[in-house]
Design a protein around this ligand. Structure first.
Ligand code: ZN
Length: 483
């Protein structure tokens, strides 16, 4: 049996603690003098609590706590006056959508209103708005991660040997410099190139090609795409169709299931008999936990700076969006794929002909003998904007909806300096999402256990240099760029 108590904690017994009264619960059964405490019996199976008691003056826990514990009751305390004295109750664990935020705010206000203060509705509305904004900010700034995605990998120059007689491959970033160590999550959010290059080195281009070609059924891939550049940065021989892209991304909204796209459900004859019927057969392509983590990561691209898909947010409709942008060299192709709990939408911007031609149709070359690409450069990256133009209308009138996810995925805050699990010593932390077997250990840097672990932004000095000064241009880390 578990009893949850509101404000008040054993330590406050001597000094007492102020607090408002609750207007929400049922009859008072533990009338601590002068307070208006309430007792609720809880029957919900999802909240394993037998009784919920509000304890505005912090008196009940002092008077009865030890006795109840002696009789095998377990007591959990949520102290809304002094959170440090709470028993690690995290309301954000229960916040999944805008509606949850409003519920939380209403509850907070109702339970901290205080005696007798009828209050001006203006201030109550203002208070609600402020709390909603604050909690929304924390909720949306926080989410996301895996294997885990708060692992640090260095954004640095990488040179890959391609093979006999072929030049080495040295890819660069859209933002033309290297940012040093960053989490995999941030790399995804920023669409950094150097991190996927290193991940594909670990996975091998062949394994990635097999997954795309055999599992996700992207049949436009050719054998020549089994190489670093096509597999990491998407410079594919024949490209990918938006339909294949949509089919591939549906797994992030369908809990890891993929259905081959189809364009009809049923064909009837004039008498209404079924002539043809399509029976989609979804297949599992990724495990539910992995997809849940990935979904959180992809939501971040649309929800939080420096995400590259912020313009595709549908927060005003209360509908979650997970997405990914993609750009090929010179801005020849610009992509955005966005999934919601209802639909997948893909936007590609580019020219039918990738290269510029003269009036006779002959290819044009620059001074170095290179074909001149047809590029799509705008001051704002267009695909998320276009996606929203269409998808906002498609979703209007639909119920607000959040993604479902695997309940075995664990939400845990991680240190933004190291990517390890946050400790009280860490100056900053954000929410990460982890598979059970990939939980990071406590931050060794901020606790002083190991001051030598890499930290975000740190750069490995190039071989032969002693001073940490890799490239003067790198000092500009304004973080406002790239897609
Ligand atoms: Zn730390």
């Amino acid at each position: 049996m578990v009893i949850a108590l509101g404000a008040g904690y054993a330590e406050t017994c001597k000094s007492g603690s102020g607090g408002g009264s609750s207007e929400t619960a049922g009859e008072s059964q533990y009338g601590a003098a002068g307070s208006t405490s309430h007792l609720m019996q809880c029957t919900s199976k999802s909240y394993p609590v037998s009784f919920v008691v509000t304890d505005p003056k912090g008196g009940i826990v002092c008077e009865t706590g030890k006795l109840l514990q002696k009789h095998q009751y377990r007591i959990k305390i949520f102290n809304s006056i002094n959170f440090k004295k709470s028993m690690h109750y995290n309301p954000f664990a229960y916040v999944h959508s805008e509606t949850d935020i409003l519920k939380l705010v209403t509850t907070l206000i109702a339970n901290t209103r205080g005696d007798g203060k009828g209050g001006d509705p203006f201030w109550e509305k203002a208070e609600t708005l402020l709390y909603t904004a604050l909690i929304g900010y924390i909720h949306y700034e926080a989410p996301v991660e895996e294997q885990n995605f708060s692992t640090l990998i260095e954004d640095k120059a990488v040179t890959i040997k391609i093979g006999e007689g072929q030049p080495d491959w040295s890819p660069s970033n859209e933002y033309k410099h290297f940012k040093g160590y960053m989490t995999v999550s941030e790399a995804l959010q920023r669409s950094t190139n150097m991190i996927p290059v290193q991940l594909i080195q670990m996975l091998t281009p062949r394994a990635c090609w097999n997954f795309l070609h055999d599992t996700l059924n992207i049949q436009s891939l050719s054998e020549s795409d089994i190489a670093y550049s096509p597999m990491t940065l998407g410079a594919l021989t024949n490209g990918v169709t938006p339909l294949d892209m949509a089919a591939a991304y549906q797994m992030y909204a369908n809990g890891g299931m993929r259905t081959q796209p189809y364009c009809y459900t049923r064909v009837l004859d004039s008498r209404g008999n079924v002539v043809l019927e399509n029976r989609p057969a979804p297949q599992r392509v990724l495990d539910y936990d992995t997809v849940t983590v990935m979904n959180h990561l992809l939501q971040r691209i649309v929800n939080a700076a420096p995400g590259t898909g912020l313009n595709a947010n549908l927060a005003d409709l209360g509908i979650e969006v997970a997405g990914k942008t993609g750009t090929t060299d010179d801005g020849v192709d610009e992509w955005f794929v966005g999934v919601t709990p209802y639909y997948v939408g893909v936007c590609w911007v580019g020219y039918d002909d990738q290269f510029q031609r003269d009036e006779e149709g002959n290819l044009l070359y620059d001074a170095y003998g290179k074909k001149i690409p047809n590029t799509v450069y705008y001051t704002q990256y267009p695909p998320p904007l276009l996606w929203k133009e269409v998808m906002h209308q498609v979703h209007e009138g639909l119920e607000p909806k959040a993604f479902e996810g695997s309940s075995s995925v664990i939400a845990l805050r991680y240190c933004t300096l190291t990517g390890y699990a946050a400790t009280p010593e860490c100056p900053n932390s954000i929410m990460g999402w982890y598979k059970n077997e990939n939980i990071p250990s406590a931050c060794p840097y901020c606790t002083g256990v190991n001051p030598d672990v890499p930290i975000v932004g740190q750069k490995t000095p190039p071989p032969g240099t002693e001073v940490e000064d890799e490239d003067k241009e790198d000092d500009d880390d304004d973080d406002d760029d790239d897609d």
